[in-house]
Design a protein around this ligand. Sequence first.
Ligand code: ARG
Length: 458
Amino acid sequence: MPERGEKSPIWGSRFAEGPDPLFFAYGRSVAWDRRLAPEDIRGSLAHVHALAAAGVLAPDVAAELASALQSLGDRLAKGFELPIEPQDEDVHGAIERLLGPIGGYLHAGRSRNDQVALDFHLFCKAAAEELAAAVKELQAAILALCEAQGDKLWWGMTHLQPAQPVLVAHHWLAYFWMFERDRGRFLWAAGQADRSPLGAGALAGAGLPVDPLQTARELGLSAVYDNSMDAVSDRDFALDLGHAAATTALHLSRLGEEIVLFASPAFGRLELPDAFATGSSMMPQKKNADGAELLRGRAGRVLGAHLGLMTTLKGLPLAYVRDLQEDKEAVFGIVDTTRAGVRLAAAMLPRLKLLEARIPRGDLSLATDLADYLVRCGEPFREAHHIVGRAVQAAVAAGGDFTCLDDPTWRSMSAHFTPEALSNLLDPSLSPGRRAVPMGTAPAEVAKQLARAYQALA
Ligand code: ARG
């Protein structure tokens, strides 16, 4: 905190006194925006080059400034912390101070408004690309699980009730495609951040001839904004990243929920590796799926931060307003939480031990197969549904599944239910093969799906 009464070194002169300590602490962002120091230094270097190219800075000043920035950047790259002083308000002021007297030349033709917007574009673009790569690892982990253990059958469910037999690989591949779309959303978000606001100045455009295209190009950004007021005041590129992350977090939470459920003996569909399970401090027998529970639970943080940022941005007037400073903590949290979740899932998934689901012969989940068979024999589907519904009712009344019904009972329900037909229809292992439409769970279709999945990752 500055000494009482001490004025800001970068904007204090028009004030009679320095900020109240409470207000200074309230507005200070350096604790978290120091994370943008590498981006800030890169942006400043490009800005110095533009100032020199325009002849605004003398070559020797530009060279000294560039080398001061460079050596600070090198120190940070080696892992040194940005040294923060109590009077530093944000990362931009701290870096200008650390440059020493030569730093006084740096801010020509620039405002912290376009500066911070640039830093944040660079951060969001890199984060989106990194998250896309992390999601790709998770997708590869899903494929490894499917390859190694995907040929078993288990019940596909609707309403969490047994519905129809599906290949286990088919079940997990559903997540592969969710994450494939997430990856696309991250890449798209990276493209939305791939645009430079530098040169917008405070809001109306820089008053010195710095070429925005030159700085953009130097920073590896493909475009510049068309309007300086838009450039400094919107954070929709951060919302695009937030949306991609929120959807990923949501998918991770579904995945986490299923791992929790399936690891419970009530489902008995998988065994957790010890390395991803926790015990109880009281109950010695316990093996809990805390990792999966956290995948599910932490989605709340990501969704909350995303909604929080949208709420912050709602109703803001043009152009820069200080509310925009709230963008960074939200996005840092979103990025860190999502990245950690994606990595955890990628590490845990291939180590799950999927257990054989013993779908018994004559299981009621074959009811749709029986109805479809009657349709193939010429019955209207609704009538077929009624016939099989009565068979289900009789089986349940007999205390079991379709194997409880004897031949005469079947025959009384439909002449098409011959023992030969039933011997096929009541075998659960033959059920998936009947769903041989593209995207279906037939083994041949799942094999094609796997091939498409590998292709998507190639
Ligand atoms: N720390 C500020 C932020 O993150 C930097 C911009 C300050 N600009 C201003 N006009 N007060 O948004």
